[in-house]
Design a protein around this ligand. Structure first.
Ligand SMILES: [Zn+2]
Length: 281
C-alpha cells in the first residue's frame, strides 16, 4: 500500500467529522441540528436542506414527528452532488406523550375542513425559503401558562381520533395580542373551519410558526414582522372550547415540540407565592 492510499480514507473520515449532528438520541417532537459543510440530510425518507449562515458553519434542521416510531434510524449527510458524506446512527426516543379527552358539543364535533382548507395548510407547511430571519431564543406569543402541551394523543368525547396535539395551548383572554415568536414573513392569513382564524409566519430556512383560533387578524399576507410584533388577537374561532391560544412550530414541514424552543410554565404548577403563604400557616 502506498502512503497516499493509506492517507486518503483517513482524510475522508476527517472531512466527515466536520459535520456535527446533535442530539443523536432525540425524543419524538424533537429537532436535530446538522452543522458543517454539507448540502442536505436525509432520514426516514425525508430530505432537508443545509443552509449557509451569516456567521458560523452551515446549519440544517431535521425534525422528528410526534408519532415517529421510536427506535434506530440512519441519518445521511450529503454533499451538493448528492453523495453521502457521512451516515450517523440516530435513536428516536419515545417521549411518552399523555392521552387527553376533550368534550366537544355535537356542533363542534361535526365540523369538517372547508374546501381548500387542508390544501392551504399543506402549502404553507411546504414553504422553505433561504434567508434566515429567526434567532434564538424565541419569544412566547402570549404570557399565559401552558394549558395543554404538545404531542398529547387526542380523544374527542372518549373516541381516539388518531390525531395528536401538534402545538401548544396557552391560557389567554379573548382579545389579548398575539406576538410573533421571531421575525419573518406572513404567508398565511385564513379563516379555517377547524383551526379558526389562522396566521402563519415563515421565519426562513424551514422554520415556521402558526397561531390559531384568533378573534381578529392584525397582519396581511406578505407582511414582514419582527419578533414581538402583533399578528392577531386571541379568540375561540374554529374548533375551540373557549378563548385560548393554540400555536405551533413547523420545522421543514413537521410540527415539532415548541417546548424545545421556548419556556412556558404548565398551568398545573402552583404559583410560588401561594405556596410560601400556605407554608407559613
Ligand atoms: Zn391546541
Amino acid at each position: 500500500m502506498t502512503r497516499l492510499a493509506a492517507i486518503l480514507p483517513l482524510l475522508a473520515a476527517i472531512r466527515g467529522q466536520d459535520v456535527h449532528v446533535a442530539p443523536t438520541v432525540v425524543p419524538q417532537g424533537g429537532v436535530m441540528r446538522i452543522e458543517g459543510k454539507a448540502a442536505s440530510a436525509r432520514m426516514d425518507g425525508r430530505s432537508i436542506r443545509i443552509f449557509p449562515q451569516a456567521a458560523g458553519e452551515p446549519l440544517g434542521l431535521m425534525p422528528v414527528g410526534a408519532i415517529a416510531n421510536p427506535g434506530p434510524y440512519q441519518l445521511e449527510v450529503l454533499d451538493n452532488a448528492g453523495k453521502t458524506l457521512r451516515t450517523i446512527p440516530i435513536t428516536v426516543r419515545d417521549a411518552r406523550f399523555p392521552k387527553q379527552n376533550i368534550a366537544l358539543s355535537p356542533q363542534i364535533e361535526q365540523l369538517r375542513p372547508a374546501p381548500g382548507d387542508d390544501e392551504a395548510a399543506a402549502a404553507f407547511r411546504r414553504i422553505v425559503t433561504d434567508p434566515r430571519h429567526w434567532q434564538e431564543p424565541f419569544e412566547r406569543p402570549v404570557p399565559g401558562c401552558m394549558s395543554s402541551p404538545y404531542g398529547v394523543a387526542r380523544l374527542h368525547n372518549g373516541k381516539l381520533t388518531g390525531a395528536y396535539h401538534g402545538g401548544l395551548d396557552q391560557h389567554a383572554p379573548a382579545g389579548q395580542p398575539i406576538r410573533a415568536i421571531a421575525a419573518g414573513t406572513v404567508r398565511l392569513v385564513r379563516p379555517f373551519q377547524l383551526m379558526g382564524n389562522t396566521v402563519g409566519v415563515d421565519h426562513g430556512q424551514g422554520v415556521e410558526s402558526m397561531y390559531l383560533h384568533l378573534s381578529k387578524f392584525a397582519v396581511a399576507d406578505g407582511a414582514s414582522v419582527n419578533k414581538g410584533d402583533v399578528v392577531g388577537y386571541v379568540g375561540a374561532t374554529g374548533r375551540a372550547t373557549g378563548p385560548h391560544l393554540h400555536w405551533s412550530i413547523y420545522v421543514n414541514g413537521i410540527a415539532v415540540n415548541p417546548s424545545g424552543w421556548v419556556t412556558v410554565k404548565p398551568c398545573a404548577a402552583a404559583p410560588p407565592r401561594a405556596k410560601k403563604r400556605s407554608a407559613k400557616k
